[in-house]
Design a binder for this molecule. Structure first.
Ligand code: F6R
Length: 237
């Protein structure tokens, strides 16, 4: 594991973007595994800047996102599809037809999960998976559990996750309580994994996840077993 600590969110974002950019440059038709939430916003700004300066070309890139809320369609400004369009896809030359986010409106979430995993496999797997981490140690929306769930699946979000995500909604009641998330198999099979986190409030969970025992009660701890893991943490917001 390459565990890097930096002093500012700006530095974290620049480093994360450089790593992703190196993958895109070395393999223009790569598959990027992407995340939403506040942690990657600066990374997406840096990638956009590189694209605008002519340093990066996304025209052959494919992307697969980690998760989506159940019940929100892509036009809903709280959906993760909307987030990705707004914060990255509309700003660079990626072909939107090759950007994939689990379908939060799927009538059969189990079938949707299966199809999502098969699709990732058919794409040849993920070249680099970007992750944030929840205060309870979740990655994607793999919440603390009695086992690591391998497949893309439907989850009930934990109270602490609903609470944390309520900052993006007008009220707590509006936060969806279910999501579809990529499971541990596609995440762990990614050729590289990059996890970014910032803020003193995440210090404790970062220590548990990367320096504590590997347990499904701290889902991110499984990443300690990944052969090519980079973690970038900045204690400052
Ligand atoms: C987002 C995701 C989540 C977030 C995590 C941290 O696609 O899968 O695991 O990465 O909840 O969120 P932020 O970055 O908002 O603290």
């Amino acid at each position: 594991m390459n565990y890097i600590t930096v002093n500012s969110y700006k530095e974290l974002s620049a480093k994360a973007a450089q790593l992703i950019a190196s993958v895109v440059t070395l393999k223009p038709d790569c598959v990027l595994g992407l995340a939403t939430g506040s942690s990657p916003l600066g990374t997406y700004d840096c990638l956009t800047e590189m694209y605008e300066k002519g340093m990066l070309d996304f025209s052959r890139v494919t992307s697969v996102n980690l998760d989506e809320y159940v019940g929100l369609d892509g036009d809903n400004d709280q959906s993760y599809r909307y987030f990705m369009n707004h914060n990255l896809f509309n700003r660079v030359n990626i072909d939107k037809a090759r950007t994939f986010v689990p379908n939060g409106l799927a009538a059969d979430p189990e079938a949707e999960g299966k199809a999502y995993d098969e699709h990732i496999k058919a794409l040849g797997g993920i070249d680099i998976q970007l992750l944030g981490i929840g205060l309870d140690g979740h990655i994607g929306f793999n919440e603390p559990d009695s086992r690591f769930v391998p497949e893309t699946h439907l989850v009930d979000l934990h109270e602490s996750t609903i609470e944390a995500n309520s900052r993006f909604f007008a009220s707590r009641e509006e936060v969806p309580t279910k999501a579809i998330t990529m499971g541990m198999m596609s995440i762990m099979q990614a050729r590289r994994v990059l996890l970014i986190a910032n803020g003193a409030k995440k210090k404790e969970i970062m220590e548990k996840a990367f320096f504590g025992p590997i347990t499904p009660e701290v889902p991110a701890s499984i990443l300690q077993l990944h052969p090519d893991l980079t973690v970038i943490y900045c204690e400052n917001e």
